[in-house]
Design a protein around this ligand. Structure first.
Ligand code: FEO
Length: 166
């Protein structure tokens, strides 16, 4: 059985994953209407799907443990961006926020002595290592590209290869 604080914190995380999915969906849609950014667009469509999976895992876990997973309202995320660089800066910033939230949850699971939740959260801890890494690699690459349009062409062409590479 979940304690009230754990249930509330897991439900907040459901909301955060839902918001992540929406935020990345908006990035995908913005990129899709820019000339030549099909790779970036596909990357964020995939990222949005992943966040939905993160959300669903939490929902199922809360309900399986005798809690009630609350489905949050949708908030409109940022829908326009001034550059590809600003999209990826936002992506990294967002993932760092998610990692912080997961860390707080892990801490709470220990103080509440909820070892099942602690164990469940380890998947998210590992996932965040990967997500932060992907976001950093892509930001570094864009830093290298600078204002070089052919560099941006290659970035877009190769972006799907960078996901999850060690
Ligand atoms: Fe589900 Fe990218 O954090």
């Amino acid at each position: 059985m979940l304690s009230k604080p754990i249930q509330a914190a897991l439900n907040s995380q459901v909301q955060m994953e839902a918001e992540s999915s929406q935020a990345y969906l908006a990035m995908a849609s913005w990129a899709e209407i820019q000339p030549g950014l099909d790779g970036v667009s596909t990357f964020f469509y995939q990222q949005s799907d992943e966040e939905r999976i993160h959300m669903l895992k939490l929902i199922r876990f809360v309900n399986e443990r005798g809690g009630f997973a609350l489905i949050p309202a949708l908030i409109q995320p940022t829908i326009t961006f001034k550059s590809v660089k600003s999209v990826f800066a936002e992506f990294l910033k967002h993932e760092l926020k998610v990692s912080e939230s997961i860390n707080d949850l892990v801490h709470l699971s220990l103080t509440e002595k909820d070892y099942a939740t602690h164990n469940f959260l380890q998947w998210y801890v590992n996932e965040q290592i990967e997500e932060e890494r992907t976001a950093r690699v892509l930001n570094d690459k864009l830093e290298l590209v600078g204002d070089d349009r052919s560099g941006l062409y290659l970035f877009d062409r190769d972006i799907l290869n960078y996901r999850g590479k060690k």
